[in-house]
Design a protein around this ligand. Sequence first.
Ligand code: COA
Length: 257
Amino acid sequence: MAYTNILVSENDGITTITINRPKKLNALNRETIQELHDAFEEADEDVETRVILLTGSGEKAFVAGADISEFANFDVAEGANLSKKGQEILFDFIENLSTPVIAAINGFALGGGLELAMACHFRIASDNAKMGLPEVSLGVIPGYGGTQRLPQLVGKGKAMEMIMTASMITAEDALQNGLVNHVTTPEGLLTLAEIIASKILRNSPLAIASAIKAINANFEDGVNGYQVEIAQFGYCFGTDDFDEGTTAFLEKRKANF
Ligand code: COA
């Protein structure tokens, strides 16, 4: 599919999606959100793709937020709809994807940009990255899941402080608080993402999809995550990947999933 605001490339099981509006610091306008939805859907359905990397183009930004120029004149209903639709088609969509998604944060990840990174399954960052949820400085709150996912990752107190102060934190601070898993140089960021992805590629895609479902169940209202784990654990026993994984172990060879 041809896109205007994103770039998509596939190599050895890894699909890289790059948000490509560097002059606007990769801000998420409506069209970019729709294109990202389409690209994630396409990558998830592509049997060749086993890991998805998400990053921003240019040296300055991952994503500097939702595109403020698009919603500055919205009324109450339009504001609520912006949040609802975005959560449905992109943020929740990514979180619940069967294919692992790693955010490679290469600069500013602010507002909707940090929310996008937090919707990914985990995050790594370059040492020049700056992260924050500055929405209250605009008279609004995070609307793409930020009030929910930030406390899940950094704890309630740190999330309260970050959101109330609208301040940015450094990559090192993000690492110490569990917001990102690794920090490296800007030049080394995609290489590190690919090294981590290559470790994921060795493992059963079906088991990974089940693990994503079970882990996410811990954060869903009214869902017993232990019950989801039991169901997914059982499901794995009926898959070809389980046959291959256990047989390979017993035959002292590497599994070929
Ligand atoms: N929405 C729309 N446009 C944005 C944007 C956003 N969230 N973030 C940056 N841009 C645009 C700027 O308007 C500017 O466009 P212009 O050249 O046509 O004027 C361009 O991107 C470059 O940004 P600029 O502000 O000139 O860069 P900077 O280095 O001085 O500052 C930031 C960088 C990230 C500190 C600053 O752009 C910023 O505060 N952005 C908004 C962050 C935010 O509040 N995000 C949450 C939105 S909910």
